[in-house]
Ligand binder design. Sequence first.
Ligand SMILES: Cc1cc2nc3c(=O)[nH]c(=O)nc-3n(C[C@H](O)[C@H](O)[C@H](O)COP(=O)(O)OP(=O)(O)OC[C@H]3O[C@@H](n4cnc5c(N)ncnc54)[C@H](O)[C@@H]3O)c2cc1C
Length: 415
Amino acid sequence: MYTQSADSFINKIAVIGGGPAGMMAAGTAAMLGADVVIFEGTDRLGKKLAITGKGRCNVTNDSTVSEFLENVTKNPKFLYAALNTLTPAETITLFESLGVPLKTERGKRVFPVSDKAKDIVDAMRSYSSGAETVYRKVTSIKYDAGIFYITAGNNEYTFNKVIIATGGKSYPLTGSDGSGYKLAKKLGHTVTELTPSLIPIESESPLCKEMQGLSLKNVGITVKNSNGQTLYTDFGEMMFTHFGVTGPVILSASSHIRNVDVSELKLFIDLKPALDENTLDARLLSDFSKNSNKDFINALGDLLPSKMILPFVKYTGIDGRKKVNSISREERKKILFSLKGLEIPLSAFRPIEEAIITSGGIDVKEITPKTMESKIVPGLYFAGEIIDTDAYTGGFNLQIAFSTGYLAGKSAAET
Ligand SMILES: Cc1cc2nc3c(=O)[nH]c(=O)nc-3n(C[C@H](O)[C@H](O)[C@H](O)COP(=O)(O)OP(=O)(O)OC[C@H]3O[C@@H](n4cnc5c(N)ncnc54)[C@H](O)[C@@H]3O)c2cc1C
């Protein structure tokens, strides 16, 4: 249990939030000799970290700093110093030194060999063990003449440095409920507009409900606006749900289609991206000649997953009981175009609570990038998702938390 000592306030650092950014900041500052306390509003450190990467934790991306910055969607320049202070390569070495062997998968995504996010959480808990943890939510931070007065529960604590690492406002059950933005605002900081990023997308197309639960592994997707202009195109895995669409390519698409009216967009799914139209047409002709006496609905088994056949047939508008040998050339073209571009009108993003990342946050103009210190309140620092910067999927967002946390902890302890 943390008890307030009566002695001087020198380098007593409070870290608000025990996520990856907070644990990294706290552990680094404690190793540099500071007296550090983490305040965590839930009953556990790293609750969100434990569910990352579908429980496997895509802990970083094994890229150079310049490759990394190309994957940062908002305020990449701001991160330059932090990423150079703790690079992705150094983060990999750090986890391995903490006893977590790592492996690199497609797209340079790095995971623990065990495929267990828990191993990363345990490593971070051990890294931050030089700090004390108080399991109480911070409800107020006041600053007066070089001293911070922190209220958590019924107690007030005093510190001379504070690092706010309270995360965003998505997945609030993990503790990231957006309360950090209010704390920062009260201290005079600006919070830019908060919007969901890496978020599933809703659609009213009946196809989604009919195919809910179906995951498509190797599909091409294209998102177009109402003028037919392509806004995003990608290849990979997606899934249908009761509300619309999700999965890696959809989440990535969501961070490319910001500041647009989602209800004016359409998603086109190429179910056979490896085959161009001519090759696919030849394939259809050959499948149809093999199955010429079958009903259309019974002739698609080699082309589509079974859960998709009935909704797909309805989508084409062709009678499923029609014999394959009586399908016209025009109808075959309709089937071909449906396979190459199944059209799903989109309606809205899911609520911010379901986002992987909250885009927006503390205005980077108010933070010194070389230290993470506030330009408004001396001795106040920020780390992690609370800052107005975010990136695509691939381990980039956790690395942002680690690098900004490391730099904030180091700067707070050394100055
Ligand atoms: C489902 C899901 C999967 C993800 N998978 C990946 C992935 O594989 N790879 C990747 O790079 N990124 C992933 N992310 C994103 C990643 O989890 C975040 O970028 C990262 O957790 C941000 O770290 P943070 O420390 O800034 O904030 P958080 O992890 O949100 O931690 C903030 C902490 O602060 C505490 N807190 C908040 N307010 C207060 C308060 N007032 N007082 C005390 N404590 C407080 C919270 O309880 C929480 O413990 C995923 C996100 C989600 C939701």
